[in-house]
Ligand binder design. Sequence first.
Ligand code: ADP
Length: 407
Amino acid sequence: MKVFEEKQGNIFRLLSEAISEGIIIVNDKQEIVASNGAANEMFGYKDDELLGKQLNLLIPKDYHKKHKGHFEEFIDHSGVRQMGHGRDIFGLRKDGVVFPVEAGLNPFMIYETQYVMALVSDITIRKNQEREIREFNESLEQKIEKRTKELHSTILELKEEVIKRKEAENKIKESLQKERELNELKTKFLSLVSHEFKTPLSGILTSVTLAGKYTLTEQQEKREKHLKTIQSKVKYLNNILSDFLSIERIESGKATYKFSTFPLSKVINEVIYDANMLLKAGQKINYPQDIDDIVVNFDEKILELILTNLINNAIKYSPENSTIDVSVKLKGDKLSISIQDEGMGIPKKEQKFIFNRYFRAENALLDQGTGIGLNIVKSHLENVGGTITFTSEENKGSTFTVEFPLI
Ligand code: ADP
């Protein structure tokens, strides 16, 4: 390193070579007047090769113009400062390689001449590390973003799965509930059957025993009386069984309806004919008027079941010597059938429960019954778009009316 005064020069050389940063000193014309070994090595020059050269030699061409301005400005407002001010600055090696540097500037005067000493560090490694860190951070962010998205979609999938499982669970619960109800029904059926079947069966047994005792020809009338009793009790048992089968079908969702076209009078005649066997002494059923031309499209067996239930109730809950009226009305495209009796009626406060399964009004408890007839009549009617209504007054009588579309 050459400085003008030898003595100072030696001290300066000693100091500057001890420093690991590059030192470059320029005069006010930007001529390099001194450089240390670290600077020479950094920029790829031999000892003293830089002396007397323009500073621009060490600066990439693109920055020459800007640098000139900066230099002049710096000389005008001289003071120690870092070069670049937040911008990246670059050095140019002798072999043309451009590399990032960091430089601190220190102006000083010797014998009225202005110099600037630049302390220069090659920051290639740091910059590379910074870039690697930046790239690593970016890829990390991308990974996090990707994972977050994946997590999001996994959460969505999980939510859907939870919904599906809940639905499946509900279905299982529903079918379990149905099964439980069907089981309850079967238990109830067994206890009802053993209870409800006992009386008619022992009645049948008595009649059979008594009928067997009438061996003489002239005792035919007595035999017929017992045969009628047997017939009516068997009919009664048969009706209970039909009702139970209906419940089972409705409950298990297997109730299907077979619609066909038939004359209304056919079903009404059959039902009233069968009901006549159950009549108490002095009871009579009035047939509906003017129904010969009415043709309906309905499930014949279901209509039979509905009317049988209602007429049998009218008989059962009415006293001897009373009349039951069956009437039919056409209301537009609907048919309405009413069964009116002069029986015990239904107590006002119990009327709202009358269609509940197994419900039986207090005043009816002495008569045999299961409490399922009206319930299944209503269910069947609702299934085919029909309705059932009633009016009733205690000790005066009841009228049950069913209505359903003709077609
Ligand atoms: P069950 O006759 O076997 O008891 P239903 O479901 O047919 O069952 O009837 C339910 C209840 O409604 C009966 O127990 C009775 O209290 C009342 N009921 C039904 N029809 C009549 C009627 N015509 N007169 C009086 N009460 C009736």
